[in-house]
Design a protein around this ligand. Structure first.
Ligand code: FES
Ligand code: MG
Length: 578
């Protein structure tokens, strides 16, 4: 058990609202009665927030509208009082320019929801990409016991009996459509078949990466992250999470007792073995900093020897999350990774990770590979450095064409997304497969929010010649379902004058993934001259949230958190005693 001392009812945080025999206590109790609750509903019971990120425009979380009732059932069974608190719903597909602009806003939303209400513990319901890090960042800062409920991946896509994978097949078939190989009717049928149940993207995109990270951090029930959204196991996991959080409150099992440096090292190891999304780097650094653990790019580089054993697309060739679940899911994968895990790390169950995965099995050695027969032998992610990215950048070698891991070629530079989008469709564009495509001013401030533009489309002319991969460099991110020789998160970004801003079309750029280098073949003297000529772009925002965002957002290598939300900022909070 995490703690031998149990809280007493008088120790509950919510008792501050409900217990005092004063005018405020009267107000709190009478307004609960207004909602139909009687004294026995709240007296001496943990009040559990269920932070629900459902909305009518979030297909990944559509089932949360009713699944929240299963969480409530669990809370009630365990003797708690469930309170549903809606939070900002960030649907990856609909939020422009990118949900990343709002990850920190959701984190603030969660922290403040938990802080300002009479809450003793929280169930966090999320899954779509940024939602997982945002909920965990906010709840970690709030410091109350919490448990994460992942939305779960959707079922496999289907078109004409072929399996379709979220994102990956959209990109693939879009290139075929641009090449004139897919009819209008087939295209409509692909649209109808690629997302055919509730749940998150079912490739190893950012959603499945981040929910697996939540589980390997110890913040979900064992196996929770792999359960497909429509599976009845998911319903039972929801109610079990509701039950468990009530006990966590009595045990005072707060996030800082779970999210230690060991937990983060476990999460990095699992992310590598899963063939994770590149976005994992930014989010884990930000989450670590909220938990007081200083995770850096070097921690990912240090784990880059861990082989990819999760054979799930896009690092793998054919399987999806549904297959991964049937093959044993994350506990199965972790059972193969024990040499790289701290098995004594605490989890929400009150038991160690090692205890949680004892007895876990793999049922299909092709989906979850043995360590000596990996999908990719040397790690999902690599961190490159050089004069174009002094603070680092990231590539996913497991998802790029092998011949491009070492490459030199002339740059073809685009200053913004619209001009790049137009140019790549122009068949008279002067470009060869050896060119290095560059998109800049797409970073944390420049994008703003680092949109997932980093998998620049292959120019149409080259697509028709059969080219399917090229070296691409940007200060943007890319979707976890994307693939190719895409070098991302270049830090510092071009918009604030990083060296990427100084590249000109025709400059030679050399990339060597094995040597972890990326360099611009231009002399320091010339770069200094160009730096002196560089003019910043006008500000993106003159007011509102964006104005605040650009003043406080950190660079990619630091996790893109707001400076004022990090634990190192400022002194202790002094709440008024009211
Ligand atoms: Fe929500 Fe991919 S769009 S997880
Ligand atoms: Mg995504």
């Amino acid at each position: 058990m995490a703690s031998t001392t149990r809280k007493k009812p008088t120790d509950l945080r919510s008792a501050r609202w409900f217990a005092p025999d004063d005018l405020r206590g009267f107000g709190h109790r009478s307004r609960f009665m207004q909602m139909g609750y009687g004294t026995t509903d709240w007296k001496d019971k943990p009040v559990i927030a269920i932070v629900n990120t459902w909305s009518d425009i979030n297909p990944c979380h559509a089932h949360f509208k009713h699944r929240v009732e299963d969480v409530k059932r669990g809370v009630l069974q365990a003797g708690g009082l469930p309170i549903e608190l809606p939070a900002l719903s960030l649907a990856e597909q609909y939020v422009k320019p990118t949900t990343m602009l709002y990850r920190n806003m959701l984190a603030m939303d969660v922290e403040e929801l938990l802080r300002c209400h009479p809450i003793d513990g929280a169930v966090l319901m999320g899954g779509c990409d940024k939602t997982t890090p945002a909920l965990l960042m906010g709840a970690t800062s709030a410091g109350l016991p919490c448990i994460y409920v992942p939305a779960g991946p959707m079922l496999r896509g289907n078109w004409k009996g072929k399996v379709l994978g979220s994102g990956s097949d959209a990109w693939k078939f879009w290139d075929e459509r641009r090449a004139g190989n897919i009819s209008d009717q087939d295209w409509t049928n692909i649209e109808a078949g690629i997302a055919r149940s509730d749940g998150t993207c079912m490739t190893m995109g950012t959603a499945s990466t981040m929910t697996a990270i939540a589980e390997s951090l110890g913040m979900t029930l064992p196996g929770a992250s792999s359960i497909p959204a429509p599976d009845s196991n998911h319903i039972r996991m929801c109610s079990a999470s509701g039950q468990r959080i009530v006990e966590m409150v009595w045990e005072d099992l707060t996030p800082n007792k779970i999210q230690t440096i060991k937990a983060f090292e476990n999460a990095i190891a699992v992310a590598m073995a899963m063939g994770c999304s590149t976005n994992a780097i930014i989010h884990l650094i930000a989450q670590g900093r909220r938990a007081g653990c200083d995770i850096t790019l070097d921690d990912f580089e240090a784990a880059s020897h861990i082989p990819v054993i999760g054979n799930v697309r896009p690092s793998g060739e054919k399987y999806l999350m549904e297959d991964f679940f049937y093959a044993g899911g994350l506990p199965g994968l972790m059972s193969r990774l024990t040499d790289h895990l701290h098995l004594d790390a605490m989890t929400v169950t009150g038991r160690s990770l090692g205890e949680n995965i004892a007895g876990a099995e793999v049922h299909d050695d092709d989906v979850i590979r043995p360590m000596d027969n990996p999908v990719y032998a040397s790690g999902a992610l690599a961190v490159l450095k050089g004069n174009i990215a002094p603070d680092g950048c990231v590539i996913k070698p497991s998802a790029c064409a092998p011949h491009l891991r070492k490459h030199s070629g002339p740059a073809l530079v685009f200053d913004d997304y619209p001009s790049m989008k137009k140019a790549v469709e122009d068949e008279s564009l002067e470009v060869t497969a050896d060119h290095v495509l560059i998109l800049r001013n797409a970073g944390p401030q420049g994008g703003p929010g680092m949109p997932e533009w980093g998998m620049l489309p292959i120019p149409k002319k080259l697509v028709k010649q059969g080219v399917r991969d090229m070296v691409r460099i940007s200060d943007a991110r890319m979707s976890g379902t994307s693939y190719g020789a895409c070098i991302l998160h270049v830090s510092p970004e071009a918009y604030i004058g990083g060296p990427l801003a100084l590249v000109r079309t025709g400059d030679i750029i050399s990339v060597d993934v094995d040597a972890r280098t990326i360099n611009l073949d231009v002399s320091d003297t010339e770069l200094t001259r160009r730096q002196a000529d560089w003019k910043p772009l006008p500000p993106r925002f003159e007011r509102g949230y964006g104005w605040m965002f650009n003043r406080h957002i950190g660079q990619a290598d630091k996790g893109c958190d707001f400076d004022f939300l990090q634990t190192s900022f400022g002194g202790a909070t002094r709440e008024p005693d009211i």
